[in-house]
Design a protein around this ligand. Structure first.
Ligand SMILES: Nc1ncnc2c1ncn2[C@@H]1O[C@H](COP(=O)(O)OP(=O)(O)OP(=O)(O)O)[C@@H](O)[C@H]1O
Ligand SMILES: O=C(O)[C@H](O)[C@@H](O)[C@H](O)[C@H](O)CO
Length: 167
């Protein structure tokens, strides 16, 4: 198998962790949750309802890129919001082979899923800022966009098929 360096991206509640973990298992590569790479100060900020700034995110995005590049020779799946084009450019500067799978959903569906999720640090009140910050994947970026109204196993199938078609 070709080396796979996949970023499962999207706003909070879009299913990055759920889909990313299952995709990694399907591909037989490690899974890393980008939330675990945030410095504690970033998590504390989000938990108190304050959106992160570019300055908060930039060192974290570099780390995401390094993890994509260095984790394992067979590749890795990383869950990372990667909301702006410039953020994805930064990740690609560390990991040029990165492919992005963007999880898209309506505000209503995302808010419902966030509210139903117990014990997570991210408040639903930050969803609007996440959506306002999001710059969807552009045509010249390697990747794909998927509708999160579909069940996780279908999303995993679709991403795996697209990766296989590109290999
Ligand atoms: N495709 C799906 N269909 C139904 N429920 C889903 C789907 N994807 C995720 N969920 C559920 O929605 C909630 C949010 O998913 P998850 O925590 O994976 O999102 P996330 O993007 O990783 O969020 P965050 O970045 O805020 O941690 C979870 O309770 C999860 O079980
Ligand atoms: O860039 C950001 O604002 C963050 O990465 C968020 O997206 C969260 O970490 C994540 O979604 C947890 O809810």
């Amino acid at each position: 198998m070709e080396r796979v360096q996949v970023v499962v991206m999207g706003v909070s509640g879009s299913g990055k962790s759920t889909v990313g973990e299952q995709l990694a298992a399907r591909l037989g590569v490690p899974f890393v949750d980008g939330d675990a790479l945030h410095p504690p100060a970033n998590v504390a900020k989000m938990a108190s309802g304050i959106p992160l700034t570019d300055d908060d995110r930039i060192p974290w995005l570099r780390e995401v890129g390094r993890v994509l590049e260095d984790t394992a020779p067979e590749g890795v799946v990383v869950a990372c919001s990667a909301l702006k084009r410039a953020y994805r450019d930064l990740i690609r500067s560390e990991a040029p082979g990165a492919v992005f799978a963007e999880l898209d959903g309506s505000r209503e569906l995302l808010a419902t899923r966030m509210a139903a999720r117990p014990g997570h640090f991210m408040p639903v009140s930050l969803l609007d800022s996440q959506l306002a910050t999001l710059q969807p994947l552009q045509d010249d970026e390697r990747g794909m966009r998927l509708d999160v109204a579909r069940p996780p196993h279908e999303l995993v199938d679709a991403i795996a098929a697209e990766l296989a078609a590109r290999a």
